[in-house]
Design a protein around this ligand. Structure first.
Ligand code: 13P
Ligand code: SF4
Length: 301
């Protein structure tokens, strides 16, 4: 047997023993996504499902802000992340103090914060959003102007779809900022008829050049609905690998960018996480209530 089969068997046994569930983001590698995860999805789906689970232990196969969000919604459960270094360039682009300064600069303007942020930043926000509900969240506030943090490109892409004026921050996803409109033009030439789907963390000119833009789950659903002959997903590499399993008739063209943070999670460290109860994610009591409120307000929409 290859070594990873032993890890899979051990993880399945540890999950039973500890009454644990594994929540895996769409960017996890196929052996995690298809062989050990109980729940898979985009950031919104993982937050919703984290709220519903009856397990005692949640292992977050994803990045730190996702584990923190799971903890906010399950303060009494044990939430583990297999590698504490699984961060996110967006979450690192802004601090709670930055949010306070934005509020001083734009008094009375509500703050919509992408879930890709720390709990401390969420605690300074009015409401959270994800890539799948950002427009609804912005419009739900019924205000002419909102501050949208921290992803500059997501903010600009949403601004193009709504009449609400959006004040952006300067954060970028280090994975999606690398795609260019020129990449799409070349792909269309080298792969005639290819359907191009882009994540809204991509630059606006990439989204404008694509056929469709949506969250990771929305892109996966779109492929299932439209069943294109050829498709390219302008996003993290594992997305195509995972979606392709369900669509053997679709040709996936695969130029992609790896997220080094997502790739820190492996079968081996998921096994260790369950075996040795590491690394436990906690949220400082002084930010817990307010951060949870911002997430719950989003989930209520
Ligand atoms: P979604 O899965 O919510 O689209 O988010 C993408 C992402 O970059 C998460 O890190
Ligand atoms: Fe963060 Fe981008 Fe990686 Fe998602 S893909 S975790 S937004 S760096």
């Amino acid at each position: 047997w290859p070594a990873f089969v032993e890890d899979i068997e051990a993880i399945l046994e540890l999950k039973r023993r500890r009454n644990a569930v594994i929540l895996a983001h769409n960017y996890q590698t196929p052996e995690i996504f298809h062989c050990v995860a109980d729940i898979v999805g985009d950031s919104l789906a993982l937050a919703r499902k984290a709220m519903e689970t009856e397990a005692d232990v949640i292992v977050l196969a994803g990045v730190h802000f996702m584990a923190e969000t799971a903890k906010l919604l399950n303060p009494d459960k044990t939430v583990l992340i297999p590698d504490l270094g699984a961060g996110c360039s967006l979450a690192e682009s802004i601090t709670a103090e930055d949010v306070c300064l934005m509020r001083l600069r734009f008094p009375g303007v509500p703050v919509v914060t992408y879930v890709n942020t720390s709990a401390a930043v969420k605690a300074q926000s009015d409401i959270c959003c994800t890539s799948s509900n950002a427009r609804e969240v912005v419009e739900s506030l019924g205000r002419p102007r909102v501050i949208m943090l921290p992803d500059e490109y997501l903010a600009k892409n949403i601004a193009a779809q709504t009449d609400v004026e959006i004040i952006a921050w300067k954060g970028r996803c280090e994975v999606h900022e690398r795609f260019t409109a020129e990449d799409i033009r070349e792909l269309r030439e080298t792969h005639p008829g290819v359907l191009v789907l882009a994540h809204p963390e991509c630059p606006p000119e990439v989204v404008a050049e694509a056929d469709y833009s949506g969250s990771t789950a929305a892109m996966s659903d779109y492929v299932g609905r439209e069943k294109p002959q050829r498709v390219v997903l302008m996003t993290e590499c594992s997305m195509s690998d995972n979606v392709a399993v369900a669509h053997p008739d679709v040709e996936f063209v695969r130029p992609c960018n790896l997220c080094p943070h997502m790739k820190r999670i492996t079968l081996a460290n998921i096994r260790t996480a369950l075996d040795e109860n590491q690394h436990e994610v906690t949220v400082a009591p002084k930010v817990m209530e307010r951060a949870r409120h911002a997430v719950e307000r989003m989930l209520a929409i």
